[in-house]
Design a protein around this ligand. Structure first.
Ligand SMILES: Nc1ncnc2c1ncn2[C@@H]1O[C@H](COP(=O)(O)OP(=O)(O)OP(=O)(O)O)[C@@H](O)[C@H]1O
Ligand SMILES: [Mg+2]
Ligand SMILES: [Zn+2]
Length: 321
């Protein structure tokens, strides 16, 4: 469970690059400063010496010994004249310090053993990118989901209020034991919109989410099946089996073949056995599901997936008017 290993590795590398760049930048500033001001260069050499003396005095006499206190004073005096020199050059006292992007963790991603907020943020952004949802994540949120489009019929409105509140509850309480959802409804009623909103919330909570339409998912399985084994890239379809949450959009939009049916069964069954939650969207009704897929698939969809219904008038059309 948790962030995908690939994203984790990529984020660690990004942070490490940042960290190195910050250190190199501070070394460049220091070298340039030493060229510009030989006095500062001399003070920096002296400071290095007092650093060593401090260590030696602490080892020999302890931190209360007169020798130690003398070096501390010397060190302070050097720091002060250095700051004054920098000020006379119009530079801040910390000019040659390393300026990390995140001072809290020094761009290491961790504060002690805890993951830093900056790393968590980067992982979330990486999760948005790798989810397959792209720009939809910004547009199709819970906030932009309006119940106004369903008001024409009070019964529809009540159903959609329930659908929305169940979707929110699912997203906010998501865990690997959240179970599965199936969204039923005709075209343009908000199934993809609410799935995207759930994805955003779940990614932000630190889970690895993968979204795609069933035809695209099947294309990846097909690709793996026919690719040349020698020097091949890693399987494209593993992510659908392994993601913490998989969102399969448009079940029923694919061309039905023995291969498509066996892939869909494989995904559904593997994820159920591994207790990995899945959300499926479909325009098909229960009867159409029964007609198109074998009992082993429909029995799982109808028995293990909580149904949420989408009703009303096509919102794509309502928005045009
Ligand atoms: N309740 C809503 N409030 C605001 N916009 C909505 C709402 N429901 C849907 N939309 C918008 O209407 C368009 C169609 O919705 P969506 O893609 O979610 O429909 P769908 O049920 O997935 O349809 P299809 O079955 O054709 O895939 C999208 O642009 C979506 O953002
Ligand atoms: Mg859709
Ligand atoms: Zn940090």
């Amino acid at each position: 469970m948790g962030y995908s290993a690939e994203n984790y590795r990529a984020v660690k590398e990004t942070l490490e690059r940042r960290r190195r760049a910050a250190i190199e930048e501070s070394e460049r500033r220091r070298a340039a400063l030493h060229m510009q001001s030989p006095e500062v260069a001399e003070i920096d050499r002296a400071l290095r010496r007092t650093g060593l003396s401090l260590f030696r005095a602490a080892c020999e006499g302890g931190k209360d010994s007169p020798a130690f206190l003398r070096v501390v004073e010397e060190n302070q005096a050097l720091q002060e004249s250095r700051a004054a020199l920098l000020a006379s050059l119009g530079l801040p006292a910390d000019y040659t310090e390393v300026h990390y992007t995140c001072p809290a963790c020094g761009d290491s991603g961790y504060v002690d053993i805890h993951m830093c907020a900056c790393m968590r943020r980067e992982l979330t952004l990486a999760g948005f990118r790798s989810s397959g949802l792209g720009p939809l994540l910004e547009k199709q949120t819970f906030e932009s989901f309006s119940l106004d489009y369903y008001r024409a019929d009070p019964q529809n409105l009540r159903l959609m209020e329930r659908t929305l509140s169940m979707a929110k509850e699912y997203a906010e309480g998501f865990s690997m034991r959240a179970g599965n959802l199936i969204f039923f409804g005709r075209t343009g009623l908000g199934k993809t919109h609410l799935s995207t909103a759930i994805a955003r919330t779940v990614i932000t909570r630190g889970y690895d989410v993968v979204y795609d339409s069933v035809p695209n998912i099947l294309a990846d399985f097909e690709f793996d099946r026919f690719k040349n084994g020698y020097g091949a890239e890693p399987p494209r379809a593993d992510k659908y089996l392994e993601a913490d949450l998989l969102i399969m959009d448009d079940l029923g939009a694919e061309m039905t073949t023995a291969f498509s049916v066996s892939c869909i069964y494989n995904i559904i069954n593997t994820r159920l056995s591994a207790e990995r939650p899945t959300i499926i969207n479909t325009n098909l009704g229960e009867d159409e599901l029964q007609e198109r897929y074998n009992d082993r698939i429909t029995s799982r969809l109808l028995g293990e997936y909580r149904p949420l219904v989408f009703v009303g008038e096509d919102i794509r059309r309502q928005k045009l008017q």
